[in-house]
Design a protein around this ligand. Sequence first.
Ligand code: ADP
Ligand code: ADP
Length: 231
Amino acid sequence: MLEVRDLTVRYGGTLAVDRVSLTLPDGPAGLGLIGESGSGKSTVGRAVLRLVRAQSGTVRYNGADVLGMRRLGAYRKAVQVVFQDTEGALSPRMRVGSALTEVLRVHRLVPRGAEAARVVELLADVGLDAEHARRFPHELSGGQRQRVGIARALAVQPRVLVLDEPTSALDVTVQARVLELFERLRERHALSYLLISHDLAVVERLCERTAVLHRGRVVEEGPTRQVLHAP
Ligand code: ADP
Ligand code: ADP
């Protein structure tokens, strides 16, 4: 369980996140974060991932104090991120198979001889066949690149995925298929999603609960149906 309490983040003089509290239960589960552009959604995600520093408040993961952690190794495995634009996150000169193998090595996830088989398994998990391991990122479609980004996140067997506009950069038809993939993976791996999205249909499919941010504050939180279809 991931618990955010009274989280406050400033960028210089800008109060980006103002005393935000959220609870993300163990998976399969989803919490949607919606709100206009600039309302602080990405900053909440980045603070949870410890990519930006919070001024105050707490983040607890299974009870452990995330913002005070000195060694982030285990947390960084448990909580992974998938961004909108995987292109920037994949090295252009590295084949898909090497990129995935690198993750397996850095975290010593499988014995040396078993890496290639695990890469094929990871690709299959996201609906890509084995020959994609030999491709470079620019030889993939946008949808395929996003699938590789998801495979890389899954390589460390995370419990939580922070999804920051994970389908927004994709064509509409591709969006639908990636959305289906997220749905299946959520159940298959009992994942918890913290989903940042302006696409309410995506939030409705992947999240039981939704929080609405406005100027850095949570102004509404509840069952997704209720929040999205409030009179
Ligand atoms: P959202 O994801 O809802 O669009 P953000 O979290 O990106 O909102 O931004 C929240 C506020 O923080 C906005 O006012 C934005 O301009 C500001 N902000 C975001 N990132 C930075 C940054 N790196 N430096 C300064 N201000 C930032
Ligand atoms: P998706 O629906 O998965 O996004 P696209 O419709 O964009 O796929 O691409 C169709 C097919 O063309 C894919 O199977 C992909 O392998 C191939 N393809 C797309 N871009 C390239 C490229 N730059 N080089 C080689 N093959 C490509």
